[in-house]
Design a protein around this ligand. Sequence first.
Ligand code: CFM
Length: 539
Amino acid sequence: MSIDPRVVKEELIQIYPKKLRQKRSEQIVVTEHREDGSVPEIKANVRSSPGIITQRGCTYAGCKGVVIGPSRDILSIVHGPIGCSFYAWLTRRNQTRPATLDDQNFITYCLSTDMQEENIVFGGEKKLKEAVREAFKLFTPKAIAIFSTCPVGLIGDDVHAVARDMKAELGINVFGFSCEGYRGVSQSAGHHIANNGVFKHIIGNNETPHEEKFKVNMLGEYNIGGDGFVLEDLLARCGIKQIATFSGNSTYETMANAHTADLNIVMCHRSINYVAQMMETRFGIPWMKVNFIGAEASAKSLRRIAEYFEDAELSARVEQVIAEEMPAVEAKRAEVKARCQGKTAMLFVGGSRAHHYQMLFSEMGMKTIAAGYEFGHRDDYEGRKILPGLKVDADSRNIEEIAVVPDPELYRARRTPEQVAKLEAMTELEFRDYIGMMPEMDDDVLVIDDLSHHETERLLEIYRPDIFCAGIKEKFGVQKMGIPCKQLHSYDYGGPYAGFRGAINFYHDIDRMVNMKIWSFVNPPWQPQAEQLNEVAAD
Ligand code: CFM
C-alpha cells in the first residue's frame, strides 16, 4: 500500500503544541524536483526544542570527539568535569595504525582536569596549567589540544591564554578550543571551531616536500571501522599519494604538512568544508566533493580525481584498479539483490551519511523511504548553491569566522581559473560544490531534520521499514519494535564500508539483517501493522 508522505507528515506533528508544530512542519519536507531545478526548502541547523529527545550531540563532541580526536599523537586534555571525558572516551570507532609500536598513540587515553566545585567558584586556569605540565611530563607529545566544556565558558577561564603560556614554557605546540557544549545548536558548531583551530595552529607547520606526481588530502574521512585504511590502500594502488587525512589515522605532522598537496578531496562536507575553503584561499589548493560510500560512487570519485590531474597514465591505473575491484562487488551484489530487492530503509544520522549510504542501499535494490540529518545545514540538504541566500542567525554568529588571505610565501595556485573552467566544461568535475542530499533522492520521500523520538516511533509504526539506520541511542528502542537497526555511526561492530571492499561488507551485513526471521517474532505491545497502515491511509 502506498502511503501519502504528506499525510504522514501531518500525523507526525499533530500531537505537538501549536508553536512546535509550526516549527517542525518547516523541518519536515516531502522531496520533489521542481522545473527550475530546485528542491523544497528545509529548516535546519536551528535549536532543538526542549523535551523533544533529539539525536544530536554537543559542540564539544563535534570538536574533540569528531575532528581532533582521531589524530593519534595530538594529546587531548578536556578542561571540565570528569563526566564530559568519561562519556566521550573511546565511544567513536575511529581507528588508527601507528607505523611502529614505539610511535606515539594517545587515542586510548582520556585526560581531564576533573574540575571540582572549588574550581568553578575560584577559577580553573591554575589547575589546567598543572594538568598540561603533568601530561607533558608523562607523554612528551608534539602537540597538546585543550578542549573547553560548558562550565569553562560560564566561569570565563581563558584556555587560549593558558595555551599560549604553556606553549612558551614547554616549547611544543599547545592550542585551545572554545568548544563549550552549549556554544552552538549541535556538534556541527564544534566541527567549525575545530576546523578553525586546525587551520590556525597546525596546517603549514611542516614543510617536508614530496616528489610524487599526484598528491591529495582526504578531508572528512575519520576512519570509522577502518574505512580510511581501505581508501588509503585504494589511492596508493592508483598511484595517488595521500599526504594527510582530516583526521582518521592522521598525525600532527601529516596535518601540518597538508598544504603540500595539490588537491583536497572532501568526503564529509558538513564537518570539514571550512578547512577546504580556507586552504584554497591561503594555499591555492582546489577542493572537490567525492564519495567513497558505494561501489559506483567510489569508481566515479576515482575517475574524477584522475580527471583533475589530466594524466593518461593515472587514468589507466584508475581504470585498472576499478576493473580489478568490480567483479567481486558485482558477484556479491547479484547475490544479495535477489533477496533484498524492493526492501525499504530509513536513514537518520549525522550530517553526511544519511545521504551517502542511500547509494549503497540502492545498489542492493533497496529503497530509501525517509531520511534526515541530525545536524546538517540547509546546504547539506539542498546543495551549496543556496549558500549565498542563507541568513546567518545568532547561533551561527557565535562561531568565529576567520578572515583568510593568500599566504605571501606558501600560496601557489594549483590550477588557473581558466584550467578550472575547462575542466568543469569537459567533465563532470565541479569544484567547491556539494549537490546535497535531496537532489539525489526520489520524489515523494520524507526528509526530516533533527528527528525526534516521538517521530521515530510513529514513522516505524506507520511504515514498518525493513531496516532503520541511526545510532546507539535509537538502536534498542527501534529493535524492540521488531525492526532491525543498523548503527551508521559506529557500524555496530562491522565495517569497513567504504570503497569497493567496504561495499561488499555492507551488502553482506544488511542482507543478513533484513532477511533475518527473528524480528518477526518480536511481539509489540501495540496494534498490529495492518491496522496502523489503514488508520493513516484513511485519514
Ligand atoms: Fe561527517 Fe562523520 Fe557524519 Fe560527522 Fe558524526 Fe561520524 Fe556521523 Mo556519528 S563527521 S557528519 S559528526 S560523516 S561521528 S564519522 S557517523 S554523526 S554522519
